[in-house]
Design a protein around this ligand. Structure first.
Ligand SMILES: CC/C=C\C/C=C\C/C=C\C=C\CC(=O)SCCNC(=O)CCNC(=O)[C@H](O)C(C)(C)COP(=O)(O)OP(=O)(O)OC[C@H]1O[C@@H](n2cnc3c(N)ncnc32)[C@H](O)[C@@H]1OP(=O)(O)O
Length: 286
């Protein structure tokens, strides 16, 4: 209920912002954590500092922005990137999965599923300009895209590292990984929780292209231009043909997946693992 109300408020605020900024001549709209520019190829920028973690609020704003773009028939493609220096996205917000109650976990997971389904089955062309670290849910966002361009900076890594946290990537994360890099590579990378450097990610197929950091956005734009030259109807039908079975696999068991997540994440042993991981992140500083 609370989330539905927040969603209505955000949609309302979003459209107000949209109108005001259009009057200023800049075609863009923004929520607090997501900025969307629609001048030229549309660009969606995550801006949830310090690490673009996907908190419930961030997920909600992201989903709403995507919905608005989908509803604008003049927008055929979106570049997904980050405004946080050195970070594409740190993935799901660990604080949404630690020390909360089962109802919160269920609500959070429903929103993670929702964003994934919308992104993965989007009719728009999605290109990610990966300009920073992209672990777990950050990698998931990139994997939903039709093409991934990554900055050539060995400090940036990408991959589904869930097993390093003592948690298990859900089956639909796994399905998408298998679709992208094949069964053997996915099996190994998932068990080891591998975070790939840009060069490794290119080799294994997690990303499609690695370019110097200052060229990530221009490359993403030129990729978008190429993809926009393909007729929408044939490209969309082809995308649907490639992705539908994977999305349907979650759609037919959404409730069971929420229950699985809620009972898994509520376990004492899993909460303990998350606690230790969060402590490790804190200690990294000191
Ligand atoms: C049987 C199965 C059934 C069902 C399935 C069950 C379970 C599946 C469940 C979940 C799947 C989850 C997928 C995920 O996405 S989990 C999140 C994984 N993310 C990570 O591992 C990234 C962790 N972060 C980092 O590695 C680094 O922070 C960094 C590389 C992104 C950035 O490094 P920096 O040095 O620049 O910044 P830090 O000092 O490390 O961090 C700053 C600040 O941010 C906090 N933070 C970092 N990441 C997260 C996060 N993901 N969520 C929340 N908060 C995060 C970090 O703690 C620092 O906080 P403080 O300033 O110390 O307060």
């Amino acid at each position: 209920m609370a989330l539905a109300a927040a969603r209505r408020l955000l949609l309302h605020a979003g459209s107000r912002l949209g109108r005001r900024e259009a009057v200023d001549g800049a075609r863009r709209f923004a929520n607090k954590r997501v900025l969307v520019e629609t001048e030229g190829p549309a660009v969606m920028k995550l801006r949830n500092p310090p690490v673009n973690s996907l908190s419930l609020e961030c997920l909600t704003e992201f989903t709403i922005s995507l919905e608005k773009l989908e509803n604008d028939k003049s927008i055929r493609g979106v570049i997904l990137t980050s405004e946080c220096p050195g970070i594409f996205s740190a993935g799901l917000d660990l604080l949404e999965m630690y020390g909360r109650n089962p109802a919160h976990y269920a609500e959070y997971w429903k929103n993670v599923q929702e964003l994934w389904l919308r992104l993965y089955t989007s009719n728009m062309i999605l290109v990610s300009a990966i300009n920073g670290a992209s672990p777990a849910g950050g990698c998931l966002l990139a994997l939903c895209c039709d093409y991934r361009v990554m900055a050539d900076n060995p400090k940036y890594t990408i991959g589904l590292n869930e097993s390093l946290l003592g948690i298990v990537a859900p089956f639909w994360f796994k399905d998408m990984y298998v679709n992208t890099i094949g069964h053997r590579e996915a099996e190994r990378a998932l068990q080891l929780g591998t975070l790939f450097s840009p060069a490794e990610a290119l080799k294994v197929g997690v990303v499609d292209e690695v370019v110097p950091e200052d060229q990530v956005h221009s490359k993403a734009r030129s990729v978008m231009t190429k993809w926009l030259a393909i007729p929408d109807h044939s490209r969309q039908l082809t995308k649907n043909m490639m992705r539908k079975a994977t999305a349907d696999n979650l759609i037919k068991q959404r409730e069971a997946d929420i229950q699985n997540f809620t009972s898994f994440i509520s376990k004492d042993s899993i909460q303990k693992s998350l606690h230790m991981y969060l402590e490790k992140l804190k200690q990294k500083k000191g």
